[in-house]
Design a protein around this ligand. Structure first.
Ligand SMILES: *Cc1c(COP(=O)(O)O)cnc(C)c1O
Length: 410
């Protein structure tokens, strides 16, 4: 039985449309509209400075703030490359910069609305290139849920590989054993979103190459931190398009790339792979169509403004926040790491403290973090993003300590 505890809901998710609302007759004046929106914002549970639960970058880099105005009315979509040549050039150049960062300047692809669309793109290519009538894709159970969505949409059977009880990582022998003549592709994560662990990408790449299979690497979180960790002298292993067995990779600009929400990158090692999309019927290679020009401009702006040095600095900052938080939390009696953190995700466990109570107390106090149980072990998961500062990290540790003390006092 699959046990992807982090992303899998406990049951079916109801659609909650809210109460019926008539279509407005008279328009509301701007100040009233803005006031009403502000009121809604007050209903949000956490503020970014206290939110160590969300996976996003927090506030996008300030270089993007003026682009709404500058890019007003512009857009990009493949069929409009003639009319919007400058806008699409921003997309193409941003994608090529990402190809250089992720190990293969010749790689081609596109900006997506995020990780989900990028993963769908990979499954579609694997299916179309594999040309089997009953395709299967194999992925560790710790993958992102978008692969289940892709399987459902694309008529693919997704074979989920269980992970080891102690390391929470898939064993490559199990992946190999699951391969059948129907298998068209393999998926692995660098790292996965749940615990932030890197699947053994090199072993996946070797296996894919030996078996002639498509391999997609989900680097939603990793693409904007692993290359810069390597620059800082940290051994992160090989995970990108520089590995011959990797067919495609994706990363999210809106996770650790400091880009606005709805910015992802999908890259295929071999640009000819896109010939497997029947554009004579579908017109475009993507599943999202027209996108706002400011999205391409924001990606281009952040990449060129920060550059490698800027991302090294933001990576250093994230790792510093992580150090403060990890040192602070493990110094609390009864709190241990569930796994050694690799990138920006931290998970702590406890055999003596009721972490579900700690989670509730922190949440009541406005601190974002998530709680789960993995193989019987309770844990609290944190996602650290570059818009946090050291003061907020220290304040989180203090709040955590206080919550543990209160949980013990019961
Ligand atoms: C966040 C995430 C995704 C999905 O990204 P969206 O931008 O939310 O669609 C996919 N894979 C991993 C590992 C992620 O963390």
């Amino acid at each position: 039985m699959p046990t992807a505890e982090f992303d899998r809901p406990a049951g079916r998710m109801p659609l909650s449309p809210g109460p019926p609302r008539p279509f407005p007759d008279d328009g509301l004046a701007e100040p009233d509209v803005l006031a009403a929106i502000r009121e809604r914002l007050d209903e949000n549970r956490y503020r970014i400075p206290r939110d160590f639960g969300i996976t996003y970058a927090g506030i996008p880099h300030p270089i993007t703030h003026g682009l709404d105005e500058l890019m007003r009315g512009t857009f990009f979509v493949e069929w409009a490359a003639g009319q919007q040549a400058g806008t699409i050039a921003l997309e193409r150049e941003a994608v090529r910069m990402m190809a250089s960062l992720l190990g293969r300047p010749e790689a081609a692809g596109f900006i997506t609305s995020g990780g989900t669309e990028s993963n769908l793109a990979a499954m579609r290519l694997a299916r179309n290139l594999g040309s089997r009538s009953d395709p299967q894709i194999i992925a560790p159970v710790t993958m992102h849920f978008s692969f289940r969505m892709g399987a459902e949409l694309l008529g693919i059977e997704l074979v989920e590989i269980d992970v080891d009880d102690d390391t929470f990582l898939p064993r490559i022998e199990d992946v190999e054993r699951a391969i059948t003549p129907r298998t068209v592709g393999l998926v692995c994560s660098a790292p996965n979103g749940g615990l932030g662990l890197l699947d053994p990408v090199e072993a996946f790449a070797d296996l894919a190459q030996r078996k002639g299979l498509y391999l997609h690497v989900d680097a939603a979180f990793g693409g904007f931190i692993l290359p810069f960790m390597r620059d800082l002298g940290i051994d992160v292993g090989r995970f990108d398009l520089s590995l011959p067995g990797v067919s495609s990779i994706m990363t999210d600009g809106h996770k650790l790339g400091l880009m606005p929400i709805a910015t992802g990158f999908f890259l295929a090692a071999d640009p000819a792979a896109f010939e497997a999309i029947p554009t004579d019927r579908t017109l475009i290679h993507t599943t999202s169509s027209t996108k706002a020009g400011r999205q391409a401009a924001a990606a281009w702006a952040v990449l060129t403004h920060l550059g490698r040095r800027g991302y090294q600095a933001s990576t250093h900052h994230v790792l510093e926040l992580r150090r403060v938080i990890v040192e602070g939390l493990v110094a609390i009696e009864g709190i241990d790491l569930l796994v050694r953190p690799v990138t920006s995700i931290v998970a702590v466990t406890s055999a003596t403290v009721d972490l579900s109570r700690v989670h509730d107390l922190l949440a009541d106090d406005g601190w974002g973090q998530s709680y789960g149980v993995l193989r019987g072990r309770p844990y609290i998961r944190l996602s650290i993003h570059p818009s946090h500062d050291l003061e907020q990290a220290h304040a989180f540790v203090t709040a955590f300590e206080a919550a543990v003390a209160r949980a013990r006092a019961r």
